[in-house]
Design a protein around this ligand. Structure first.
Ligand SMILES: [Mg+2]
Length: 497
C-alpha cells in the first residue's frame, strides 16, 4: 500500500504562520549566517530565492527503527527484530571447504615458517616433551582461544599490520610450550570464496590460515541454501559472489548483471561492457520467480543494485515486470551478510560499508511504500554469528588437539566497538579493543567498552591474554635449545628418558 504525500516529492508547504507571513527577504535558506555572500548584492548579481523548506530533517521519518548502530547502553546488540531467526549450518564444515594454506609453500614444496628457523625434525619431539612436563600449563593453553577480527586488526586492505604477523607466530607455536593456541578468524569481510581469502591472508600475514578456522560475514548464510531455490546475490567484484553462493550449495544463483543483460533498460545509468555481457546468464526474468535477495558483499554499483532490489521487493513474489498489489505480503525476503556502517581500508579514514548501503535502501523503500523494510542482518554482533563461531572453534580444537571441546576463556580482538566488542561482551567473551582500525577514541569506547581492555595493537592484546591465562612469566618464544629434562621435575624427566 503505497503511501505518498507531497513531501515525498520535495514540495512541502510552510508550516507556521510566521513563515507564511514573513517577507521574502527575511526567510532564510537553512542557516543564513553561513550562506555564501552574494556577489554584487546591490548591483546586477544573482538573486537569492529562499526555498520554502521545513527546518525539520526529512531523513528521520525514513529511518528504519532498527538501523541505529547497536549499543550496550540500550541493551541492544542486534539490528534484527525480535522473532527473526537466522539459520546457521548445523555441524562441522563440509570437506569441500577444508584445506590449509601454508604461507610460503614455495616451488620447492618445502614448508617454512617465515621469520623462524627451518623446521627441524627434532622440534616437534622437543615440544611434545616439554608439553608432557608442563601438563597443567598445556591444559590452560587448550582452555583458551582467540577470535580475531581481520580488517583493522591484522590487515589494512591488502597491507599487513606488522604486529599481527608476530601475534599469529606466537599462537602457531612460537611460545615456550611450542603449542598451538586455538584461534579462529571472525570477520565481517566478504566477497570471495573462503579458500581464496585464506590463501590471500596466509600470504599477507605469512602464517598458515585454514578455511576451517575462518568465518566471514556470509559463511553462516550457507545454511539458507536449503530454504531457497532461486536467489539474487548482490555485491562483490565481478562474478565472485556467484561463485561463493554456488560453493555454499545454492542451486540457482542470479546476479544483477544477469538481469541487466536480459533488459538493459532496467538500469538506465549503467554502462554495460561486452565482457560483462559475455559473462552474464540472461534469461526471461518476467517468467521466473526469485525467492530471496542475499546481499553478500559491498555493492560496486549502488544505482543498479538498489534499482533491481527495489523492483524485486515491490514485485509480485519476486517476479520482475510485475507490481505487487500488496508489497508487504507479496515481498520476498532480503538478507544482508553484515551491518557495519564503516570499514577501515588503506584510505586514511574508514570507508562506507554494507550497513550504509542497507540504510540507504531502507530509507528509499520507506519513502516509496511508507513501511519499514523487514530484513535480516547477519555478521557480528549477531548472536547467530557467535554461535556459529563456537561450532567452528570446537571443530578446530579437534583438528589441532584431537579434542572436540569449546575452550572456556575466549578472547575477541577487534577494532569496531559496534560489532566486535558489543557482540563479544554480550556473548560472554573477553573483549580487547585495538587502536589500529575504526576505534580512534580515548581510554575505552563509551557505548561499548572492551571488558579486557584497549591495546595499541593486536600483539599487546594477545600477550596480555596469554599472561593472564598462563602466567606473567610465560615466554612468547620457543627455545630450540631448551633441554626438557632440566625444565621439569626429576620424576618427569625420568619418565621421558
Ligand atoms: Mg574490523
Amino acid at each position: 500500500m503505497p503511501m505518498f504525500d507531497e513531501s515525498d516529492f520535495g514540495v512541502e508547504a510552510p508550516t507556521n504562520s510566521a513563515q507564511l507571513n514573513a517577507p521574502q527577504e527575511k526567510m532564510s535558506v537553512g542557516s543564513h549566517e553561513h550562506a555564501l555572500p552574494i556577489p554584487g548584492e546591490d548591483e546586477d548579481g544573482p538573486i537569492e530565492v529562499p526555498a520554502t523548506v521545513s527546518s525539520i530533517s526529512q531523513a528521520a521519518k525514513y529511518m528504519h527503527n532498527l538501523s541505529i548502530s547497536p549499543s550496550q547502553k540500550d541493551r541492544r546488540s542486534s539490528r534484527n527484530s525480535f522473532g527473526v531467526s537466522l539459520p546457521i549450518p548445523r555441524s562441522k564444515r563440509q570437506s569441500r571447504l577444508s584445506s590449509v594454506h601454508h604461507a610460503e609453500d614455495g616451488d620447492s614444496g618445502r614448508k617454512t615458517r617465515p621469520g623462524m628457523p627451518p623446521i627441524q625434525p627434532s622440534r616437534e619431539i622437543l615440544a611434545s616433551q616439554i608439553q608432557t612436563i608442563e601438563a597443567k600449563k598445556v591444559a590452560k593453553a587448550k582452555n583458551m582461544a582467540f577470535s580475531f577480527d581481520i580488517d583493522g586488526v591484522l590487515v589494512h586492505g591488502d597491507l599487513p599490520i606488522p604486529q599481527g604477523k608476530r601475534a599469529l607466530q606466537i599462537l602457531n607455536g612460537d611460545n615456550e610450550l611450542g603449542i598451538k593456541i586455538p584461534h579462529i578468524f571472525l570477520t565481517n569481510g566478504s566477497g570471495k570464496p573462503e579458500q581464496a581469502r585464506c590463501a590471500q591472508l596466509s600470504k599477507i600475514l605469512q602464517n598458515p590460515i585454514s578455511t576451517d578456522q575462518f568465518i566471514q560475514s556470509h559463511t553462516p548464510m550457507s545454511a539458507l541454501a536449503s530454504y531457497y531455490d532461486s536467489v539474487l546475490v548482490v555485491g562483490g567484484v565481478g562474478y565472485r559472489c556467484r561463485e561463493v553462493a554456488e560453493q555454499y550449495g545454492f542451486r540457482d544463483v542470479i546476479v544483477p548483471n544477469d538481469i541487466v543483460a536480459w533488459d538493459p533498460t532496467i538500469a538506465p545509468y549503467r554502462e554495460f561492457t561486452e565482457y560483462e555481457k559475455a559473462m552474464s546468464r540472461p534469461r526471461d526474468f518476467s517468467k521466473h520467480n526469485i525467492n530471496a535477495i542475499l546481499v553478500f558483499s559491498d555493492s560496486r554499483d549502488y544505482a543498479t543494485d538498489i534499482q533491481i532490489i527495489m523492483d524485486l521487493l515491490l514485485s509480485e513474489n519476486g517476479r520482475l515486470k510485475t507490481k505487487a498489489k500488496d508489497p508487504v505480503s507479496q515481498r520476498i525476503p532480503i538478507y544482508f551478510s553484515q551491518g557495519d556502517l564503516l570499514c577501515p581500508t588503506e584510505h586514511w579514514q574508514p570507508r562506507l560499508s554494507q550497513g550504509a548501503f542497507r540504510v540507504g535502501l531502507e530509507a528509499m523503500y520507506k519513502a516509496l511504500t511508507g513501511v519499514d523494510l523487514e530484513r535480516v542482518v547477519y555478521g557480528k554482533p549477531e548472536l547467530a554469528t557467535y554461535k556459529y563461531a563456537d561450532e567452528v572453534m570446537a571443530s578446530w580444537m579437534e583438528q589441532i588437539h584431537g579434542e572436540e571441546k569449546l575452550p572456556e576463556n575466549i578472547y575477541m580482538v577487534g577494532d569496531n566497538p559496534a560489532s566486535d566488542i558489543i557482540g563479544g561482551n554480550m556473548y560472554g567473551w573477553n573483549t580487547c579493543l585495538v587502536r589500529t582500525g575504526v576505534f580512534q577514541g580515548g581510554e575505552n569506547d563509551e557505548n561499548n567498552p572492551a571488558n579486557f581492555g584497549v591495546f595499541p595493537t593486536v600483539l599487546e592484546a594477545v600477550q596480555a591474554a596469554l599472561r593472564k591465562e598462563l602466567g606473567d612469566d610465560f615466554k612468547m618464544h620457543f627455545d630450540e635449545t631448551v633441554n626438557p629434562v632440566l625444565h621439569g621435575s626429576a620424576a618427569d624427566a625420568a619418565a621421558i628418558i
